[in-house]
Design a protein around this ligand. Structure first.
Ligand code: DCP
Ligand code: MG
Length: 371
């Protein structure tokens, strides 16, 4: 942790998009504890308290110094009574009673375990829990449970895909996708997004945006890529969703978690020989390949900047960009577009910088968006 003391009266914005947050976290003990409580509230569908803790986590991650007393945290935004009480316990005793209790709670442990499977969300996990199931073997041997295709693959490749993907593995996958997409369309554009674009060393998957300058051609890009990966024998699972994007249906006032671009959720077989320094496997595992989760999204080129900004994350950074646009600028931002409610018009952008400029925000580099 950094020894730099907080500058006097340093003002920290309540919006993550007005803070610069690198991957260096000087308050990991506190943010790990808050994340347990946020996850627990999320699993219990208590959105308010969940969001409050996620915001508190995000503020603490942005600090270039370690919080050592409640006094130094006094002027920070997004820290409510509850998070301050937990913070006080941790600063005083090194741990929080509430966090310990949550971690040892059977329902919390089981829902965390079940939702760690690809294709299993909080609703399914809760259904299984209420049926009395507590372990994978109980789920897999229960005859009344019908796993969908995604969940079947999730269990089949559980060991591999619950293991973090390394930067070297992400680079190897980039080469594979890059080769595939350029055989299909020489002028295709491929960009790494998600956590790896933010400079993270490890991720739970690898996210890419692919598109082409020829309007409409992006719609056929993903099936063609998947076809090629199948022929190479490395496509272990795919869930393809066609585009439902229509500019005429924008702006969308209702918040939607997912955008309307064509996308696919994949599990790929990655050979050790393709990865510089070798695969990121468990100690003693000497297999020549591993399974990895890869997401591809394919917006029309004209929507590229919005898709790139939306898929680079972090989730909290995205939430606050949208909230800032709405609350401070009377604008609507999503992965498709930026709409000015005052002028009643869409604002065009070809780069992320254009979008920040429209919002009147200082540009934040991808590696500073780890909010
Ligand atoms: N995203 C989005 N809409 C979704 C899912 C994700 O806009 N339905 C955005 C926000 C995320 C980014 O895409 O930051 C990538 O999603 P991931 O879940 O892969 O998150 P990260 O890449 O940030 O983290 P990880 O390292 O766990 O993959
Ligand atoms: Mg990711």
């Amino acid at each position: 942790a950094s020894a730099t003391p907080p500058p006097p009266k340093a003002t920290v914005s309540q919006y993550a998009c007005q803070r610069r947050t690198t991957t260096e976290n000087n308050n990991k003990t506190l943010t790990d504890a808050f994340e347990v409580l946020a996850d627990s509230y999320e699993l219990n569908e208590m959105e308010g308290p969940c969001l409050a803790f996620r915001r508190a986590v995000s503020v603490l991650k942005s600090l270039p110094w370690a919080v050592k007393s409640l006094e130094t945290a006094q002027d920070l935004p997004c820290l409510g009574e509850h998070s301050k009480a937990v913070m006080k316990e941790i600063l005083q005793y090194g741990h929080s009673f509430e966090v310990e209790k949550t971690l040892s709670d059977e329902r919390y442990q089981t829902l965390k375990l079940f939702t760690s499977v690809f294709g299993v969300g909080p609703k399914t996990a809760d259904k299984w829990y209420r049926r009395g199931l507590r372990s994978f073997s109980e789920v897999l041997t229960d005859s009344s449970i019908q796993l969908n295709r995604m969940q079947q693959s999730g269990f089949l490749h559980y060991g591999d895909i619950s293991r973090a993907v390394s930067k070297a593995e992400a680079r190897a996958l980039r080469s594979i996708i890059d080769e595939a997409v350029h055989v299909i369309t020489p002028d295709a554009v491929l960009a790494l997004t998600g956590g790896f674009r933010r400079g993270k060393e490890f991720g739970h998957d690898v996210d890419f945006i692919v598109t082409t300058p020829e309007p409409g051609e992006e719609e056929t890009l993903l099936p063609k890529i998947m076809n090629r990966l199948t022929k190479q024998g490395i496509l272990l699972f795919s869930d393809y969703q066609t585009s439902t994007f229509e500019m005429s249906k924008l702006p969308c006032h209702r918040f939607e978690a997912m955008d309307h671009f064509a996308k696919c959720f994949l599990i790929l077989r990655l050979e050790a020989s393709k990865v510089e320094g070798g695969l990121h496997l468990a100690e003693g595992d000497s297999r020549g390949w591993r399974a990895v989760r890869v997401d591809l999204v394919s917006p029309p080129m004209e929507r590229y900047a919005f898709a790139l900004l939306g898929w680079t994350g972090s989730r909290q950074f995205e939430r606050d960009l949208r909230r800032f646009a709405r609350m401070e600028r009377r604008m609507l931002l999503d992965n498709h577009a930026l709409y000015d409610k005052t002028k009643k018009e869409f604002l065009a952008a070809t780069t992320e910088k254009d979008i920040f400029a429209h919002l009147g925000l200082e540009y934040i580099e991808p590696w500073q968006r780890n909010a």
